[in-house]
Design a protein around this ligand. Structure first.
Ligand code: SF4
Length: 383
């Protein structure tokens, strides 16, 4: 039985969901954010519901294109398009970090064009988190200050007397449990005789970033039990693929690979492994907030961290062995310079290791499916 119709996975097919409605009915706030370099544990400890902004299902960028030229990331433009159409009006807060120049622009554009547009009367606090692009001790000290300032701004904006260490510790426990459950599900995917498809895993990760984490944890426990009882999915003639690169929040792209003779056995994506590989480890004498910041800053990185390519390559090499990978698909959304650079380096490095690799550019909204399918099929036949 496919998991795609499971109510938990179904949530990923839309933007807003019933858990958000219930949450707001209790006069609690929802804060939208881009990128995984955001201290979710801090938001949750403030009794805010962190909602990861995505453009799932949107095939359009026409309104977004009014304010962002077309040689920018179509994922970001598609999210802006949805926001200008009112799809993100349910947000009670908005948090952006300088993950890349494309998503960073959303800080101004959501303020000027989304939350100040005619007919929109809700006051939505905006927050900005500056994150260094290299990993150094000084950078960590900088980022700690940024997160501490964010904590103060959140307390002021939502009139919270203080986000206590106790609340932060509770939130760390919930989020570490969440990541542990996602890793357990990941293990059932990478094993020989996998229990779920790459597109089902993506849905699980997207839903997980759209609802309260304690609810997600009980649902993930249910799904984990269900998967353990489930027969292995049939992938006999399929090639085991590792998918790497730009944000993927559209199962159609993974289904394109899985309907072309591949099985996406693992990934190195921000709606994937990059989100759950590392836990918050409380350090003696360190505040819970600094431990949260330490995890975010020193965890397995994305290409925005300019001096950390070697560690990313090392992860990919280990995952190729661990998941018994037969080929790597490197993908980037057009104009995504961060993943473009990393993918170009990976292409050479993986070829030297004689690992079949395909490097493709694409638009966010599956514009050129036929071209993509032809290239993917040819690659899978070649392996
Ligand atoms: S895909 Fe690239 S350009 Fe688009 S938001 Fe992610 S990092 Fe930025």
């Amino acid at each position: 039985m496919s998991l795609h119709s499971d109510p938990f996975l179904n949530i990923s097919k839309s933007i807003k969901n019933s858990y958000i409605e219930e949450w707001q009915e209790e006069s609690k706030k929802v804060i939208g954010y881009y990128c995984t370099y955001i201290p979710e544990e801090l938001l949750y400890a403030a009794n805010l519901l962190p909602f990861r902004i995505r453009a799932t299902g949107n095939r359009d960028t026409e309104l977004g294109d009014i304010y962002m030229v077309r040689f920018t990331c179509s994922f970001v433009r598609a999210t802006l398009d949805l926001a200008l159409k009112g799809v993100y009006d349910f947000l009670d807060g908005f948090l952006v970090c300088n993950s890349c120049d494309h998503s960073r622009r959303m800080f101004e554009l959501f303020d000027l064009k989304v939350f100040n547009r005619e007919g929109f009367n809700k006051k939505v606090p905006r927050f900005y988190l500056a994150l260094p692009h290299i990993i150094t001790h000084e950078g960590f000290e900088w980022y700690k200050k940024e997160v501490e300032e964010l904590k103060t701004e959140i307390e002021e904006s939502y009139k919270i007397s203080e986000i206590s260490n106790l609340k932060l510790l509770e939130s760390i426990k919930v989020h570490n449990k969440n990541r542990n459950l996602l890793r357990a599900i990941h293990d059932l995917r990478i094993q020989s005789g996998p229990k779920l498809t790459g597109s089902e895993v993506l849905q699980i990760n997207m839903t997980n970033a759209s609802i309260p984490k304690d609810v997600a944890n009980s649902e993930l426990e249910r799904i984990l039990k269900l998967l353990k009882e489930r027969q292995a999915i049939g992938i006999e003639n399929k090639k085991r693929i590792l998918l790497v690169g730009s944000v993927v929040d559209n199962i159609e792209f993974i289904q394109l690979i899985e309907n072309s003779g591949g099985f996406v056995a693992s990934d190195f994506l921000c709606f994937g492994t990059r989100n759950f590989l590392d836990d918050v480890n409380l350090q003696n004498g360190e505040s819970p907030l600094d431990s949260i910041t330490r995890r975010l800053y020193y965890r397995i990185s994305c290409p925005r961290m300019m001096d950390d390519h070697e560690r990313r390559l090392d992860f990919i090499k280990k995952e190729i062995k661990r998941a018994n990978i037969e080929g790597v698909i490197l993908q980037r959304i057009n104009n995504c310079d961060l993943h473009g650079c990393d993918n170009m380096l990976f292409t050479h490095e993986l070829k030297e290791l004689e690992i079949p690799v395909l490097n493709i550019d694409r638009e966010f909204y599956m514009a050129d499916t036929t071209r993509l399918q032809t290239r993917i099929e040819a690659f899978l036949e070649m392996i």
